[in-house]
Structure formats: structure tokens, C-alpha cells
Ligand binder design. Structure first.
Ligand code: OXD
Length: 310
């Protein structure tokens, strides 16, 4: 009975192997690329596994994504479609995303990039920004984690709206639903935060048509997926001055190539997919609990819905 681990980074994979060995001593824990007897592998714990990789294990019971999203597993054309995918989430991850969203909304709200530029020139200039109650923030995606982020923004005083397929909302958050609600939602979003899962419907959703509907000077924060963003359209919207800034945590290609224009663009802040990046000890304990529960009952709360992407 064994578990294979693939995180795309050797040191990280070794860390997770050591942690899972301690937490799940009844399993042999192996590197995905050195699995021993493939027929003995029951779980694959992965982030963005290579195409065809999962299909090499004929007796898998489930694939375990070490993130809340599962698009990085589903993109494998050879993935056996019957396999359940367990997602990894929990209070720790939610808290991290709340911190990230609050941090970067506040940074845009208080024009931190402008004061950083002043400091670089030893230039003393006070700027007045509106109070939070006069700043309209729009969150795309109103899943459980996004609702927690929305509540955090509401508690900071932001005039917060949420857009989702069904118009789900949270207390104090103005709801907008589906394609009909989108234009009005965008027209009021001075800071647009994308927390959507990546699905065929949401791919490329952050594009020129959407940016054109945002108020002039709006900012974008993308902590959803790189596949949501049409990169050339963002560069165009920033360079034309229609958008005033963007914070990007996720990219079409990760790691972001060193020669990518986003790295050096004066209006873009790049963070390396860390918005809800979980520390391995906490992540491994959530993964171990999910595997134990799945092993006992053949299912668990963490089973993802592939249509939703999480
Ligand atoms: C996730 C992520 O899916 O960190 O949890 O992107």
C-alpha cells in the first residue's frame, strides 16, 4: 500500500514525503518518479502533475490536490476521469487568502506603489485617498473561501460586491449574478479581485471587454488562476492608462519566466503563487486526515466537483 508525491520541486517533495511518512505510517510514501511497485500505489498527492503521469498507476483510489483548486489535475488529457480528486483546504488556507486579499486591496486603496516611488526619490509628498467606505471593491467568485475574503473587506469598511453564477453572497456584500449582473458589477468595481476557479466558462474571463467596463483607474488583483487572464489585454489596459495597477499571484506559466514583461512592468506587482500557500506541516496534516477518512469510508468532504474546478 503506497502513496506517491509530486510537487514539481524536489526539495518540497522530499519535505512532504518526510511529513506524510510520520502522519501515515501504514503507507509507504514514495516519489512520483520513483514509485516502486506501481500497482501498490493507492493515492497520488500532487501539484500540477505531468500529463500522463497519473494514468501510470492502475490501482489508484484517489488523486489528492495539495491546493483548493483541482484544475491543475484536470488539465491532464490522460487523467482517468473516474478517479475522485480530493482538494486540500481548511481554516489555515482560508486565513492566508484573507490576509493576501486584505493586504493587496489595502495597498491599492492607499496607493502604496505611489508612495514607494516617492520614497525611492526621497520625495516627501502627502496624498489623500478616500476612506474604505468610499472605495468599491468587487470580488469575482463567491465560493466559501471568497466569501470569507469578502467578509474581511466588509469588516475593514470597504463597499464590497460579489459576483458569481448564482448570486451567492455574504453579509454586507452586494450580490451580482451571472452574465446579466456582470456589467453593473464591473462598472462599480474600482478594485477587482478575481478568486474564481478555472473552468471552461471562466478561462480568459479577465480580458479587454471586461477591463473596458471597469471605471477608469481601476486596479486588478488576480489570485484565481493564470488561465483567467488574457495577458496582452492587461498590458494594453495598463499601458493605455485605463487600468492603474495590477497585483498578480497566478500565471499561465509558473514559475513566471524571467523574461516575462510582468516582472518589470511599473504598474504590476508580481507575487509567486503564494496567496494561500500552505506551510507543508499544516498541509500534510490536512492531506493525511483526508486520506484516512477516504480510506475508511470511500469518500470524504474533500472530494472535489470537477465541473466547478474545486
Ligand atoms: C489553491 C492555490 O488551489 O493555492 O489552493 O492556488
Amino acid at each position: 500500500m503506497s502513496i506517491v508525491v509530486y510537487l514539481g520541486d524536489d526539495a518540497e517533495t522530499r519535505d512532504w514525503i518526510a511529513l506524510l511518512e510520520r502522519l501515515l505510517p501504514e503507507f509507504e510514501i514514495r516519489d512520483f518518479d520513483d514509485p516502486g511497485d506501481r500497482a501498490a500505489v493507492e493515492y497520488a498527492v500532487v501539484w500540477a502533475p505531468p500529463a500522463g503521469g497519473i494514468a501510470r498507476f492502475p490501482n489508484l483510489k484517489a488523486v489528492v490536490s495539495i491546493g483548493a483548486g483541482v484544475d491543475h489535475v484536470l488539465r491532464d488529457p490522460d487523467l482517468p476521469r473516474h478517479l475522485p480528486i480530493l482538494r486540500t483546504t481548511g481554516p489555515d488556507m482560508v486565513q492566508r487568502l484573507r490576509e493576501y486579499v486584505a493586504l493587496h486591496v489595502l495597498a491599492h486603496h492607499r496607493d502604496l506603489a505611489v508612495t514607494d516611488a516617492f520614497q525611492a526619490r526621497a520625495h516627501w509628498q502627502q496624498i489623500v485617498t478616500p476612506v474604505a467606505g468610499k472605495r468599491r471593491v468587487g470580488i469575482m467568485g463567491m465560493g466559501q473561501i471568497a466569501r470569507a475574503c469578502a467578509r474581511t473587506l466588509v469588516s475593514l469598511g470597504f463597499d464590497t460586491a460579489g459576483w458569481s453564477r448564482s448570486g451567492t453572497s455574504a453579509e454586507g456584500v452586494t450580490p451580482y449574478a451571472g452574465p446579466d449582473g456582470l456589467p453593473e458589477f464591473l462598472a462599480r468595481s474600482e478594485i477587482l479581485v478575481c478568486l474564481l476557479p478555472l473552468t471552461p466558462e471562466t478561462r480568459d474571463i479577465l480580458n479587454a471587454a471586461i477591463f473596458a467596463r471597469l471605471p477608469k483607474g481601476a486596479r486588478l488583483i488576480n489570485a484565481g488562476r493564470g488561465g483567467h487572464l488574457v495577458e496582452a489585454d492587461l498590458l494594453e489596459a495598463l499601458d493605455s492608462g485605463h487600468l492603474a495597477g495590477a497585483t498578480l499571484d497566478v500565471f499561465r506559466t509558473e514559475p513566471l519566466p524571467t523574461d516575462h514583461p510582468f516582472w518589470r512592468h511599473p504598474s504590476i506587482r508580481v507575487t509567486p503563487h503564494v496567496a494561500s500557500y500552505i506551510d507543508p506541516a499544516t498541509g500534510a496534516s490536512v492531506v493525511a486526515a483526508n486520506i484516512r477518512s477516504f480510506q475508511r469510508t470511500g469518500t470524504c468532504e474533500a472530494v472535489a466537483d470537477p465541473k466547478r474546478g474545486y
